[in-house]
Design a protein around this ligand. Sequence first.
Ligand code: ADP
Length: 272
Amino acid sequence: MTITSVDQYRAKPDDQIKLIEWDPNDKSAFPAGKSQGKKALKPLTARLEALQEVMWAEQKHKLLVVVQGMDTAGKDGTIRHVFTGVNPQGVRVASFKVPTPIELGHDYLWRVHQKTPGLGEIVIFNRSHYEDVLVVRVHDLVPEERWSKRYEHINAFEKLLADEGTTILKFFLHIDLDEQKGRLQARLDDPSKHWKFNVGDLKERALWQDYMAAYEDVLNKTSTDHAPWFIVPANRKWLRNLIISTVIVETLEGLAMNFPEPQDDLDEVVIN
Ligand code: ADP
């Protein structure tokens, strides 16, 4: 069983997205439920592994996957599950934290550009340049006059990457306040998850509506044909993984990649 069209999750450039209208519990794409959903992920994981091998061998394409979401939305879990089995040679994760003084001394895209994929590579951004119009906006880290110009910069930056051969996919992991409460409580209740619990996350949680407004602007201003956003209903982890895997596999299939031709006529090679 496969998932029905994932295109329904793509933020179209002309949409007027209001996140309240996007249900984080929506499972219409895969009504069969969790155990079937987990089963359906397996062939996709295998397919992704095979596609990445060709991509790395061919050294012709580059894939950038941006993962954004509120705390506990599942950024780490998505990366772990969706990319299970891929060859670490050719796949990198770049995590963007609070900028260092040196990073702050440059423009905000400086640290980001350095981490973009080279030929044959898949790079996953765990947080990204979008923090510069999310946390930066919500906390007034720079004046509005500065952050409001960044959507335009970001679109131009992503266009540059796309024009130079990078395929870009961006995923917003959409959970709701209740789901976050449950996940935070689970971290609190389980000592093995305490390392993930950050009291500062509660401060961000109190600013939920401000973040949703900032995300809506991101989704409305920066979802383009060459760098689309997908709004992933992420309250159900298995469905989140299934949707994201499907989008990535379908996108890589669309690149029509092939193993490179051997340099010599191997039929004539004799190994003594
Ligand atoms: P995680 O991504 O797992 O939550 P951390 O707990 O270390 O990792 O959080 C990283 C923090 O860095 C987040 O609070 C995020 O908002 C912040 N951050 C990332 N980029 C920026 C930025 N450009 N400016 C300010 N803060 C940022």
